[in-house]
Design a protein around this ligand. Sequence first.
Ligand SMILES: Cc1cc2nc3c(=O)[nH]c(=O)nc-3n(C[C@H](O)[C@H](O)[C@H](O)COP(=O)(O)OP(=O)(O)OC[C@H]3O[C@@H](n4cnc5c(N)ncnc54)[C@H](O)[C@@H]3O)c2cc1C
Length: 379
Amino acid sequence: MNFQLTEEQILIQKTSREFADTELAPGVVERDEKKIWPKEGIKKMGELGFMGMMTDPKWNGEGMDTISYTIAMEEISRVEASASVVMSVNNSLVCYLLEKFASDHIKEKYLKSLASGDKLGAFSLSEPQSGSDASNMQTIANKKGDHYLISGIKNWVTNGINSDYVILFAVTEKGVGHKGISCFIVEKGGDGFETGKPENKLGIRASDTCELYFDSVKVPEENLIGNEGEGFKIALTTLDGGRIGIAAQALGIAQASLNASVSYSKERIQFGKPISTFQAIQFKIADMAIEIEAARLLVRQSAWRKDQKQSYSHLASMAKVYASEVAMRASTQCVQIHGGFGYMRESGIERLMRDAKITQIYEGTSEIQRLVIAKSLIK
Ligand SMILES: Cc1cc2nc3c(=O)[nH]c(=O)nc-3n(C[C@H](O)[C@H](O)[C@H](O)COP(=O)(O)OP(=O)(O)OC[C@H]3O[C@@H](n4cnc5c(N)ncnc54)[C@H](O)[C@@H]3O)c2cc1C
């Protein structure tokens, strides 16, 4: 067993850490408060190769392993989870899906510009009545000659406003449940396509999340990904990998909470001493550190198994459940250690707690992850 990062992974860690500290940290609290999308940061992430990290260089990606991706996700999430969610959707849900399941025509036309960061993608599965039960979707794609006409409403689409292309799931055959779902790539802005207003969220407020409306939107048949009826399988396979990215996002938020707790506890004087000298504070910090190390091992192990082409679905779920719960506990304790100051918006500390919460919800709630884990054990 080798826990040593490779030279390339160390370089990714250094680059992403420096990038996050110098380019994303300035203005992060204001962007959160005012819901300002981190446009410049996202552009720079594309230039640094962070938008198609695992995609083959043949399709303009960086051809890196999943461990490198989790390292960059952790470092960027440590500073701005609103930026890292943009990156995670483009990498794990869009580029990965296209590389694994799409035709060469689609890869040439769409994947190249997405992996290079020139264009941005979104992944649209959820609908108002179908969240955890994604197979209950109502959006319909009717085949008419050489194209499909798509109608329906999708909700809570990350990158819904700023993306150029959307991976869209819709029903091509009614009455057969998940076997009737198909996957498409849709260009934004055609006739009948409308983008909703940005949602007003608890956390990751600088990321954009919105509804998408489809009213007989014409999509060419060559934009079908895989075969008709394979959409649900494509979605689940893609989300398995996506969960590793979200686990890394949670890990970054937890690490930020620990870093802030350590430095504030050394500065804040009460009863004539730094609060770091109080055992109650030390124990909180120690517990955070223990859980973060354990979460990092789960994240790295699930990424490693994916890279080794071993089954990793249950481990990705374990990593996501655990890391997201660690992020919640660490960020809550971080606010506690900062006292009243941590409760103030301008401190940037309570943001960690608000950002952590989403990691327990999107890409499958903690309850759904536990179902996946139990199913892998009780076959
Ligand atoms: C900020 C944000 C960004 C998002 N981005 C995207 C995106 O880019 N693309 C996309 O497609 N979706 C996106 N989503 C949707 C997200 O994936 C769903 O919110 C999530 O899957 C849960 O679905 P739901 O909210 O409908 O909750 P529900 O499914 O209604 O669940 C409600 C509660 O019931 C529990 N529950 C449900 N079923 C079971 C069960 N069988 N057993 C036990 N408990 C259960 C859940 O765990 C949860 O606690 C986003 C959501 C948010 C909030």
